[in-house]
Write a protein of this length. Structure first.
Length: 368
């Protein structure tokens, strides 16, 4: 049976590449649209090693309406998973116009092109940052918008744009997924997160400390009213998030309208709990230094995850120990990220009956 083609914008990134794995395993054929500004095309080679199907890469900018029209004209795309965007909070404060341009204007260009092509099934990568510094957890989807930075506000604006579109045109099926803290790596050790420059998130930073790339982990505050004084967050395995996209895609394809839902575990883990779990997984000691709190950091922050289970039939299945074990497996096997060679032998998780194929695109590259 032919596989339904799903356009995955930002599909060469951390969440995008893992989502491609989940889509292929669910019987879909992802086509990746990515500028590769903050990602690496070699992640798609790793997707091919894991699944036997290497996604086609269309290298262009999501804001380029003419390029999007060519993509939809040349490929029988049935739905879109939209992950392309900028996502660094500090950078968004320093350069807010770039975030509104890429995240908001990029989504507008995308849905306009989808409308012209008659493709009206969309899964949007949103964020728990739309809730701002919520002081009460678990956080339900009914919590008000209270984003405190341009990144979070750009996500909230896109959600409002998509809600208005779905209300105006009942032919659209849209799911907005508010991630909490995606971490981990594929269990094969072939695919994971390799930040450009110093990691902005906890798990890759701990991984680099365990590997000896960094001297210590700076803990931002140890005097919160939490179980051990350190901040508590809802960490969710990236493959659970990837599988959440598959569930959301199926929902959006069969139910018109718009769905807003959290993707999280429904429980929090403190910084020190994550450190202890990583020490168990790696057998390495993680050196720590305690620093002052960061302005605006909430003491504790986790999802009310019941809606995703009720509406999508999805729940996070992997625990913190597996998140840490998979992160360490990726870090230990790929200390230089995608610069490290792919193992030459077919791994045991790749079925012998699957065939790897490679494809290229002649679409132009945008420098954005």
């Amino acid at each position: 049976m032919p596989r339904a083609k799903i356009l995955v914008t930002g599909g060469a990134g951390f969440i995008g590449s893992h989502t491609c794995v989940a889509l292929i395993e669910a019987g879909y054929q992802p086509l990746v649209l990515d500028t590769l500004v903050n990602s690496d095309a070699r992640s798609l080679q790793r997707v091919g090693c894991i699944t036997g199907l290497q996604p086609l890469l269309l290298r262009c900018d999501v804001r380029d309406g003419a390029a999007l029209d060519r993509v939809f004209a040349e490929h029988a795309i049935e739905a879109v998973v939209h992950l392309a965007g900028l996502k660094a909070v500090g950078e968004s404060v320093a350069d807010p116009l770039a975030y509104y341009d890429v995240n908001l204007a990029g989504t507008l260009a995308l849905v306009q092109a989808m409308g012209r092509a008659g493709v009206r099934t969309l899964v949007f990568s949103s964020s728990a940052t739309v809730y701002g510094d919520a002081r009460h957890s678990p956080i339900p989807e009914s919590a008000p918008y209270a984003a405190v930075n341009p990144y979070g506000r750009s996500k909230a604006m896109v959600e409002n744009l998509l809600a208005d579109l779905a209300h105006a045109d009942p032919r659209w099926g849209i799911a907005c997924l508010r991630y909490f803290n995606p971490v981990g790596a594929h269990e094969s050790g072939l695919l994971g997160e390799r930040p450009h420059g110093p990691p902005a998130n906890l798990m890759p930073y701990i991984s680099q400390v365990a590997a000896g790339e960094r001297e210590y982990l700076l803990v931002h505050g140890a005097d919160y009213e939490t179980i051990d004084g350190t901040g508590v967050r809802d960490y969710v395995h990236v493959m659970d998030v990837a599988e959440g996209h598959v569930a959301a895609l199926r929902h959006a394809a069969r139910e018109p309208g718009i769905l807003m839902t959290n993707l999280g575990t429904g429980r929090g883990a403190s910084v020190l709990e994550v450190v202890c779990a990583f020490e168990r997984a790696s057998g390495r000691r993680i050196a720590l230094r305690i620093g002052p709190r960061r302005p605006g950091d909430a003491p504790a922050y986790w999802a009310d995850a019941r809606n995703a289970q009720a509406r999508l039939g999805w729940r996070a299945r992997r625990d913190l120990d597996q998140m840490c074990a998979d992160s360490w497996r990726w870090q230990a096997a790929n200390p230089h990220g995608f610069d490290d060679p792919v193992p030459p032998m077919q791994p045991p998780w790749l079925g012998a009956d699957l065939q790897i194929f490679h494809a290229t695109s002649n679409l132009g590259h945008s420098n954005a």
